[in-house]
Design a binder for this molecule. Structure first.
Ligand code: HEM
Length: 222
């Protein structure tokens, strides 16, 4: 699971970055309310700072190569978690949705006591399952806009070509949002937790047993 997680990190970064190179060529999404545009994805300074303009073909080349690795790594992860039974630790339980609020309140320091924490708490179960569903969503909507004729059933499933493209884009925003929260949580969880996600074990500093020196009457006499 750790391998899949760390392999996914550069792949997802490349998918988001190459997706941006593609999006620039036809950046039509904006937030408009009553005819007033509040936000355009993305302002010129954003494109120019990241040197995005005029790199459509480069973006497509990277996107359509790394989509294979993204998909294969995802399939491997799902197979592993299913076969090993690890999925039991990951999928939300009946009370996870109620408990996730308590986790949030605890993280915001509003509630003192932490809700029950096994390997993953309720909020983690929801987030880590959602991110897998989002990954499947990216593959389905990606294929739907990649070959809308050959994969017409995926395009239909995604609500048509245009809606599939919007979903594909929205999922990318979702990854960025997830990433920000994920990083904050990793920092809050501390170094020990982070290093254990790399090594597979956590070093726990146990307080040493106090050394009690006792002197017998004979030793005193000596
Ligand atoms: C996590 C993985 C992925 C991310 C973050 C991602 C992100 C993006 C983004 C941001 C765009 C630009 C959106 C737009 O122009 O509307 C894009 C375009 C595209 N993506 Fe992905 N993508 C991912 C996976 C995939 C996969 C697996 C495929 C499968 C073929 C795919 C196929 C495409 C295609 C065909 C386009 C061009 C859309 C167009 O012509 O406008 N993507 N992707």
């Amino acid at each position: 699971m750790r391998w899949c997680h760390w392999v996914n990190f550069p792949i997802l970064t490349i998918m988001i970055w190459s997706g941006m190179l593609i999006y620039w060529a036809n950046d039509e999404y904006k937030i408009t309310i009553f005819g007033h545009t509040f936000f355009r994805f993305f302002p010129d300074w954003f494109y120019n700072t990241l040197k995005i303009p005029h790199r459509l073909s480069e973006g497509m080349a990277f996107h359509f190569l790394f989509m294979w690795f993204f998909t294969l790594n995802g399939i491997l992860y799902i197979l592993y978690t299913t076969i090993s039974g690890e999925w039991r630790e990951l999928v939300p339980k009946k009370n996870s949705f109620k408990e996730a609020w308590l986790v949030l309140l605890h993280d915001l320091h509003i509630r003192k006591t932490a809700p029950p924490q096994n390997k993953y708490n309720a909020a983690q179960r929801i987030a880590y399952t959602a991110i897998i569903i989002m990954g499947i969503g990216s593959v389905i909507t990606g294929l739907a806009i990649y070959k809308p004729v050959q994969f017409y059933y995926l395009t239909w499933l995604s609500g048509g070509y245009h809606f599939a493209r919007i979903l594909h884009f929205a999922l990318t925003l979702g990854y960025v949002f997830f990433f920000v929260i994920h990083i904050v949580q990793v920092i809050l969880a501390g170094w020990g937790n982070f290093s254990s996600v790399i090594s597979g074990f956590e070093v726990v500093n146990e307080t040493p047993e106090p050394i009690i020196q006792t002197t017998t009457e004979d030793e005193k006499a000596e």
